[in-house]
Write a protein that binds this ligand. Structure first.
Ligand SMILES: [Zn+2]
Length: 135
């Protein structure tokens, strides 16, 4: 699994905990080597070139976003690097019953469609697709 995907899963877990614990939206901020969860609006000039920070509310819905204004030529981690094709394949296999959610409590179900378990392969695929669709 690519390193940025691991970093995203860990940050997603932190962000999900933070919005619920602090009862306020948090930013998912791209960094040079991954992502971080932040309560503060990022400085667009500090975001890696070509990336977008997103503000998630307690429903994990994107309510604001900020594009990088950084013109730099540094090596960047863009959201498009989240593996999309493998995610679709995982979702296809989940839909056919070939693989299933871990179902350890954090997976989405009939009552909570927004919950994600960052260590569940099916949930990780959903997160990758969620990010793709909200960018
Ligand atoms: Zn799951």
């Amino acid at each position: 699994m690519p390193r940025h995907e691991l970093a995203l899963a860990a940050t997603w877990r932190n962000l999900k905990w933070a919005v619920q614990f602090h009862k306020r939206p948090f930013w998912l901020v791209p960094t040079e080597d991954g992502y971080e969860a932040s309560p503060w609006k990022p400085d667009p000039a500090c975001l890696p070139h070509g990336t977008t920070a997103k503000l998630y509310d307690q429903e994990l819905t994107v309510i604001d976003s900020m594009d990088s204004t950084n013109p730099g030529e540094t090596v960047v981690v863009e959201e498009s690097t989240v593996e999309f094709e493998p995610a679709i394949d995982i979702l296809r296999r989940a839909a056919t019953g070939e693989i299933v959610h871990l179902n350890q409590g954090l997976c989405p179900d009939r009552l909570d469609h927004h919950s994600r378990d960052p260590v569940c392969d099916v949930c990780k695929a959903i997160i990758a697709v969620d990010l793709r669709h909200t960018s």
